[in-house]
Design a protein around this ligand. Structure first.
Ligand SMILES: *Cc1c(COP(=O)(O)O)cnc(C)c1O
Length: 361
């Protein structure tokens, strides 16, 4: 079977060395030495000053909302994973969905201002598939209306925009290091902040708002991560360039072989170095896409409807905001298999099945 993704695993012996180290120390979690080492390595790799390794890519969104004291209405994108809007809801804010740009699939900055009300306090946008949002326009709008900006950069590890890590934009960017992402720590995530003054607060918020000295500051939460997860990160981080290069090879084959007279894909921002996180293709209709899915399934090839459905249509949203572009794209987009070790013959095979399926009624 060929799945949409397959987790990269480092050399087992190297991981076991770390495990033995953890055993020897008997120190398994709570800001341990491997976690601190990983944070320091990540800061170096991404060239950012304030990074906090946490439990996952969802709790970091919640911590960002808490730390920036975001409340009321949050302008957000309907074209993302449900973690983005769930974090807003979980933090008792109201998601206000603004439609996406039909070419980039990122939040359409030209539609943001008309969605701002006196209750709006923030914009939470996703760099979809690792492709940068219009960060300049968003910053301009945020400044003008005194809004906070949080980026869900779960897809954006290793992406640079205008020579800087894409994770360094916004008041806070959050990343996921889940096993399905370009760089992973099994489960994990990070918060990248541009506010040195939030350092204390963020450190405390992810650890119950409590310090070991019997000081209790405020109601924090458990956003911590363990030495075992940090160890996986330390094993994987040296492979990031090689992981991205291998993904690029797969990407290039799809780019070359798929029938672009019929299919479409998002356009990428200029001035970006990409991480090849996902391979989305947009079909002319949901019917055509479903037929392709069936033809792929017959050969045990399992792509993923990602993102689907459009988050503004989820039944538990407090209000419906029409987002016709996102609703349309989400119905007919598929992410194709893309991972390190996917043989080029398989990529060719997948492309051939899709092309054939598109041309047969
Ligand atoms: C993966 C992902 C998340 C959630 O990350 P977890 O680490 O699984 O909690 C959030 N947002 C987006 C866009 C994602 O792709």
């Amino acid at each position: 079977m060929i799945n949409v993704t397959k987790t990269f695993l480092p050399d087992q012996e190297k991981y076991l060395q770390y495990v033995r180290e953890i055993w020897d120390r008997g120190y398994l979690t709570n800001n341990g030495p491997l976690l601190q080492e990983l944070e320091s390595e990540l800061k170096g790799y991404l060239n950012v000053d304030h990074l906090y390794f946490c439990g996952n890519g969802t709790i970091v969104l919640q911590l960002a909302i808490k730390a920036l004291e975001i409340n009321g209405e949050v302008i957000t994108t309907p074209f993302s994973y449900c973690a983005t809007s769930n974090a807003i809801l979980w933090e008792k804010c109201t998601p206000v969905f603004v439609d996406i740009d039909p070419s980039t699939f990122n939040i359409n900055p030209d539609l943001i201002e008309q969605a701002i009300t006196p209750a709006t306090t923030a914009i939470l946008a996703t760099h979809v598939y690792g492709n940068p949002c219009d960060v300049e326009k968003i910053e301009q709008i945020a400044k003008k209306h005194n809004l906070k900006v949080v980026y869900d950069a779960a897809h954006a590890f290793g992406v640079t925009y205008k020579g800087k890590s894409l994770l360094s934009y916004g008041d806070i960017s959050t990343c996921s290091f889940h096993a399905t992402k370009v760089f992973h720590t099994i489960e994990g995530g990070a918060l990248i902040s541009n506010h040195p003054e939030l350092d204390q607060k963020l450190t405390l918020l992810r650890a119950f708002g409590h310090r070991g000295d019997e000081s209790y500051y405020f109601a924090g939460i458990n956003g911590k991560n363990s030495e075992f997860h940090a160890a996986m990160g330390l094993c994987n981080l040296p492979h990031v360039e090689e992981i991205i290069a291998a993904r690029k090879d797969v990407f290039t084959i799809y780019d070359r072989l798929l029938n672009w007279d019929i299919l479409a894909k998002p356009t990428h921002a200029k001035d970006m170095v990409y991480n090849y996180a996902y391979y989305p293709v947009v079909f002319p209709s949901e019917t055509v896409m479903k037929k392709v899915m069936e033809d792929l399934a017959a050969e045990e090839i399992i792509p993923r409807r990602y993102f689907y459905p459009s988050l503004n249509t989820l039944p538990f949203m407090p209000e419906y905001y029409a987002c016709p572009v996102s609703e349309d794209i989400s119905l007919r987009v598929l992410c194709l298999p893309l991972y390190v070790g996917l043989p080029s013959q398989d990529v060719e095979h997948i492309s051939n099945i899709i092309n054939k399926s598109l041309l047969s009624p």
